[in-house]
Design a protein around this ligand. Structure first.
Ligand SMILES: *Cc1c(COP(=O)(O)O)cnc(C)c1O
Length: 360
């Protein structure tokens, strides 16, 4: 059976070569006579996979030695709580930038643990832009400043990194991690659920600076304390071993693509192709301010919403899936993460042209 072009926002498409390798290694990983899924997480085979996965992520992102990489569970959503539990309690307040649906959820959860200052919001224009740093009303005593690097639903992405001085910068990178190089040293903590740009759902990656570990007052419950996981190499309890293994294959794939500089180039090429067409078309439109448009998630609407179902049916007939927009915004959304090949975006644009010619 032919594989579809999968534009899902998450869980999302994985590189085909990674899936093939996983299939080949399914019954017998490297002559061990077992699947990675069946391995003891304390055995030498799995420990080697775990260590290599972390080493490859460190290499790809240039993670400095004074940062811990944690492989956790609970999704980015649990981090909405673990972050204030570990970093805000004891200090009392934190700054948050409100850019849309995901920022809103992070803000809501943090409020249970202290005072949340919303230092900037794009609500005035229906979250269609990233608020300029110059207007942020930050608190120099805040425990941290939190922002959402890419709003997966609204399709708004920060193409710059805020400078926050001594206030640790905390970032939800769930949907654009590994899509481009970032200077990790500018951050106190970066977190991401795996199912957008890393691997299968069930794994959450937290990259946290040493000095921010073990600070929560009162000390968070054991499983919610970064210190527990940092002190035990993410093996305090059984980690999501298979997800970590697949993430490791994705990291090796990324290295083979030329790393993050090379993948960024490809991502720009894909995004430009789609946005240039959207802008040239009188039938489709995207509401996001040009300089803040996401390279990962491209929401768009049809000139006539009554044609949405027909558009989706036609897409399916063209082997393209998951283009329906998020239920909160309607319309369409094409998620074009690292694993989406250029051919997938070319096929989408060709289909959109065909549809516009027939209905525009
Ligand atoms: C998907 C997503 C989340 C939620 O991730 P879960 O793993 O489902 O908890 C949070 N933030 C952003 C930016 C996302 O894209």
């Amino acid at each position: 059976m032919a594989r579809i072009f999968n534009f899902s926002a998450g869980p999302a498409a994985l590189p085909e070569s990674v899936l093939k390798q996983a299939a080949e290694e399914m019954l017998d990983w490297h002559g061990s006579g077992q699947s990675v899924m069946e391995m003891s997480h304390r055995g030498k085979e799995y420990m080697a996979i775990h260590a290599q996965t972390e080493a490859d992520l460190r290499e790809l992102m240039g993670i400095p030695a004074n940062y811990k990489v944690l492989f956790l569970q609970g999704g980015a959503t649990l981090q909405f709580e673990m972050i204030p539990l570990n970093l805000m309690r004891g200090i009392g307040s934190a700054d948050y930038v409100h850019t849309g649906e995901w920022a809103k959820k992070a803000i809501k959860e943090a409020k249970a643990f202290g005072k949340v200052n919303v230092v900037a919001t794009a609500e005035d224009a229906n979250f269609s832009y990233a608020p300029a740093h110059s207007g942020w009303k930050t608190d120099p005593k805040a425990a941290y400043l939190h922002y959402t690097a890419n709003e997966t639903i609204g399709g708004v992405e920060f193409h710059w990194t805020p400078e926050t001085g001594d206030v640790p910068l905390v970032c939800d990178m769930s949907s654009n991690i590994l899509s481009k190089p970032v200077d990790v040293s500018k951050y106190g903590l970066i977190y991401a659920g795996a199912q957008k740009n890393i691997g299968p759902a069930g794994l959450t990656i937290v990259i946290v600076r040493d000095d921010l570990i073990g600070k929560g007052v009162p000390t968070p419950a054991t499983m919610l304390d970064y210190k527990t996981h940092a002190d035990n190499d993410s093996m305090y309890n059984t980690p999501p071993t298979y997800g970590i293994y697949i993430a490791g294959l994705v990291f090796q794939w990324l290295k083979a693509q030329g790393g993050l500089v090379a993948i960024e180039k490809k991502n720009i090429e894909k995004a430009d192709l789609l946005y240039d067409y959207l802008d040239a078309s009188a039938f489709y439109s995207n509401p996001v301010r040009k300089e803040d448009r996401s390279r990962m998630n491209v929401p768009f609407t049809l000139g006539n919403a009554a044609l949405d179902d027909e558009f989706l049916k036609g897409a399916k007939a063209h082997n393209m899936a998951q283009l329906k927009g998020h239920r909160s915004v309607g319309g369409m959304r094409a998620s074009i993460y690292n694993a989406m090949p250029l051919e997938g975006v070319q096929a989408l644009v060709a289909y959109m042209k065909e549809f516009e010619a027939a209905h525009g």
